[in-house]
Design a protein around this ligand. Structure first.
Ligand SMILES: Nc1ncnc2c1ncn2[C@@H]1O[C@H](COP(=O)(O)OP(=O)(O)OP(=O)(O)O)[C@@H](O)[C@H]1O
Length: 801
């Protein structure tokens, strides 16, 4: 039995994990997998690169798969395959012939306002509150795109006020007060989106109201009957609801009503036959209907089975803060799920910046697991394209970033998720990140989690032991190489309007700031040479900085950009940097002949460009990936040796994530930060869409407090907050840009190198695990020995007898 199986992971997922070459779960996987499988909400904080994706994806896949299996109908009752994929009108006749009863039709005890009482059989609702309305929804809903026509009846039992009709599961229970509900009230008004218009006639005690829903393709709608008399069309269904599910809904004020769904057994005969073409909801074909999660009782209800068999609605919603990360997570999920069958699971990627067409198509075919970025997901949810009625998991990966950037979206989505009452169907909320300790995270967790278990393996913001940190002090007062004109450095243009004083022994702040901008790229090139670095992730502060650095490196590598550096290094000595190719050779040939080949992964690039850049870098076709913080979180690039910070991030937690791109999966990595020793003026634009760097000669380069678009950036103070977070000072590289002696010696002693496995390949976790289980294995062996011996002894005795 594999260790993953010991954690309760099903064989198909263990096999996938084995395919990936994972022999042992990482510590966060050991802790989190059983907790999630056990049904609890989990907040997991574990260092970067420690396997958090597997820690949530594996158990989520298992539960989603189990839930879908349970909901699958026995083959004999299943509708024909052609009708199973989407609830389109074309299916209706076939579905209608497969009419198994929606036996779970009732008023829901879970989906109701607290002051509305529902009888045990779910056929009577009562509210004695005279001041406010209280509502209750039915447990079975109808696909607006099913093509059918359904009916249920409400008998008014007393003189109170009632409103009846249909609504989506996320609509207000105060029926008709939002865009998702359609009501008809006793005062003779129809209501939708808070608009109350005269309709039909008033009704009261003893009246029987028929609630009709026409989902036929020719543009159906909602209408009503009173005591069997049709009252005419009340509402047509807006296109935005075409993917939604509409549930019977009753809203009461000091009133009682009885409901009849027309079940062949359990309901009395309907008071009035449904109008021609309509069938009672309880007799609706399975493919038209879907049970709300709580009504399924573990997913086993007939209607639940029916709905799941006819259209696969998402069971899991995973949010990621960046498109690239969402794509990576979706790929991981597909890898993990590759051996799951009957049913196999489908994972859809929903990110912005790309044509929504394929995403919409995938939804029509059925998506079980939605992975996406907040913007696109909420957009699709609000327009009814993603239906959340069946969601069992809400996962926030890189939760702190999602919460700090999109708190409203998270709350909005959470409000639309079915909470599912208690037991196996309740919504599970999972929050994962390497930095999960902020007050914002705690307060969001209080709102969206139910007594979550905190998995916090190493305390606040632990950083992997596999990452070494060094810094390069950038001081243009000492290193004057920034005065050279070649190769040309492209700065951000912040000082385009300033007169620079390059001759003064104590230059003004603006001159020093410009000097930092010119010096850092030169130092970078010297650093890459010194380390013989042929693969690194290089973080810049802005999209524009990325573009400028790309231009500079490309200029060097292409051989014609700026020519060789005149002089290099402190004091003007040092070796020159050849402008052309061939300064050093990396281990990979393809596409890496250029020693400074680079691509950019930044928010301003298109999704396709970002995808191509990441893939070229991962494949080794280019040496350097220049990026903004959009790549700081989650990206998993195998055996990456170096991360270089051209500028420190202004949030210390971003440093933790940036450097977490190395030192992953027990591989050693080095994080190098170029830290300016003087303040640097940088762009800081508060006006959305304004890009002053595109015309720096005309831009307002005053600081933001004076109405301009710049700030002074002080990396020394940023460094000290990062060091406080790390709990130790970061050593500086020596002047010739070689590693500090202690790091060199340690690497040499262990025969180790950055980008390679720590300890020559036997991971610390493997050794620790072997140590931990050694005693148990010995005990097992001795038990086995005594069992075998006593069996033989018994056998001998038996033979003698
Ligand atoms: N049990 C395991 N055995 C071997 N490798 C593993 C295991 N779990 C994860 N990995 C590998 O470790 C690397 C990091 O995993 P993952 O991306 O899940 O880390 P993470 O904790 O989510 O990091 P981050 O905080 O940066 O998002 C991946 O390459 C993954 O394949």
């Amino acid at each position: 039995m594999s260790v993953f199986e010991e954690l309760g992971v099903m064989p198909e997922l263990c096999k996938a994990v084995e395919d990936l070459g994972w022999t042992l779960p990482t510590p966060v996987q050991v802790e989190a997998i059983p907790l999630i499988l056990g049904g609890g909400d989990v907040m997991a904080a574990a260092e970067t690169g420690s396997g958090k994706t597997g820690a949530f994806a594996i158990p989520v896949l298992q539960i989603v798969h189990e839930a879908l299996r349970q909901r699958m109908r026995p083959p004999s009752a299943a509708p024909a395959a052609s009708s199973a994929s989407s609830p389109g009108p074309g299916r209706s006749s076939k579905a209608a012939s497969a009419s198994s009863t929606a036996a779970t039709c009732s008023l829901s005890a879970d989906d109701r306002d607290p002051h509305v009482a529902v009888s045990a059989d779910g056929r009577r609702a009562q509210s004695r509150n005279e001041k406010s309305w209280g509502g209750v929804r039915g447990s079975v809903g109808v696909f607006a795109a099913c093509g059918g026509k359904v009916y249920y009846e409400v008998t008014v039992n007393d003189e109170g006020l009632s409103r009846v009709g249909w609504s989506c599961r996320t609509a207000s229970l105060d029926l008709g007060t939002d865009k998702l509900g359609f009501g008809y009230g006793g005062t003779g008004k129809k209501s939708h989106n808070r608009q109350f218009d005269t309709y039909g006639e008033p009704f009261g005690a003893g009246d029987v109201i028929g609630c009709l829903l026409d989902c036929s393709s020719g543009g159906g709608g909602v209408s009503f009957t009173r005591n069997g008399t049709p009252l005419g069309p009340a509402f047509s269904l807006p296109p935005a609801l075409s993917n939604q599910i509409l549930y019977p809904t009753i809203c009461l004020k000091n009133a009682e009503v009885s409901v009849n769904f027309g079940a062949p057994s359990g309901d009395p005969p309907l008071a009035h036959p449904p109008p021609p073409g309509y069938i009672p909801l309880a007799k609706a074909p399975d493919a038209w209907v879907l049970a709300a999660p709580e009504a399924g009782g573990g997913g086993g209800g007939a209607a639940a089975a029916a709905g799941a068999a006819s259209v696969r609605l998402p069971v899991c919603l995973i949010l990621e803060p960046a498109r690239d990360l969402a794509e990576q997570t979706a790929n991981c999920i597909r890898d993990f799920g590759r051996h799951l069958a009957a049913p196999s699971l489908s994972c859809g990627l929903f990110v912005g910046g790309v044509d929504p067409g394929p995403q919409l198509r995938s939804l029509r075919e059925g998506v079980d697991i939605v992975v996406g970025t907040p913007g696109r997901v909420v957009d699709f949810v609000e327009s009814g394209k993603i239906v959340l009625d069946q969601v069992r998991f809400f996962v926030l990966d890189e939760a702190d970033r999602l919460i700090s950037d999109n708190p409203d979206v998270i709350l909005k989505l959470f409000a639309r998720l079915p909470k599912g009452g208690t037991g196996v169907n309740r919504l599970q909320v999972l929050l994962f990140s390497a930095t999960l300790h902020s007050p914002e995270v705690r307060s969001m967790a209080d709102r969206i989690c139910v007594t979550p278990t905190l998995v916090d393996l190493k305390g606040r913001d632990a950083v992997p032991e596999t990452v070494d940190h060094v810094l390069i002090r950038v001081d243009p007062r000492e290193d004057r190489s920034w005065l050279q004109s070649r190769p040309q450095v492209y700065t951000d243009g912040c000082h385009a309007l300033d007169r620079l004083d390059t001759s003064s022994p104590s230059p003004p702040a603006e001159t020093l700031s410009e000097a930092v901008k010119r010096l850092k790229p030169r130092l970078l090139v010297r650093l890459l040479e010194s380390l013989k670095c042929d693969q690194a992730l290089i973080f810049c502060r802005t999209n524009h900085d990325c573009d400028q650095l790309e231009k500079y490196l490309n200029g060097l590598g292409a051989g014609g950009g700026g020519g060789g550096e005149e002089t290099g290094g402190k004091g003007g000595g040092g070796k020159g940097v050849a402008g052309g190719a061939g300064v050093f050779r990396g281990k990979r040939e393809s596409g890496k002949e250029n020693p400074f080949s680079c691509v950019v992964l930044a928010g301003a690039r298109s999704v396709d460009e970002r995808r191509a850049a990441l893939s070229a870098f991962k494949e080794g076709d280019v040496r350097f990936l220049i990026c903004t913080d959009v790549a700081a979180r989650g990206l998993d690039i195998r055996e990456l040796p170096y991360v270089i910070n051209m500028t420190l991030p202004d949030r210390s937690e971003d440093y933790i994530h940036r450097i977490g791109r190395v030192g992953r999966a027990d591989t050693l990595g080095l994080a190098i930060s170029l830290v300016s020793q003087v303040p640097e003026k940088v762009w800081y634009c508060t006006v959305k869409g304004l890009k002053p760097w595109l015309a720096p000669d005309a831009a307002n380069t005053k600081t933001t407090d004076k109405g301009g678009h710049t700030i002074w950036y002080d990396e020394r103070s940023l460094l000290s907050s990062i060091e406080t977070r790390l709990g130790r000072p970061i050593p500086a590289m020596s002047e010739d840009l070689t590693l500090p002696p202690e790091l060199r010696e340690r690497l040499a002693a262990g025969g180790e190198a950055y980008g390679q496995q720590r300890g020559g390949g036997t991971s610390k976790e493997v050794s620790e695990h072997l140590e931990q289980i050694a005693a148990n294995v010995a005990q097992l062996a001795s038990l086995e020995w005594s069992v075998q011996s006593s069996f033989l002894r018994l056998k001998q005795r038996w033979q003698k007898v």
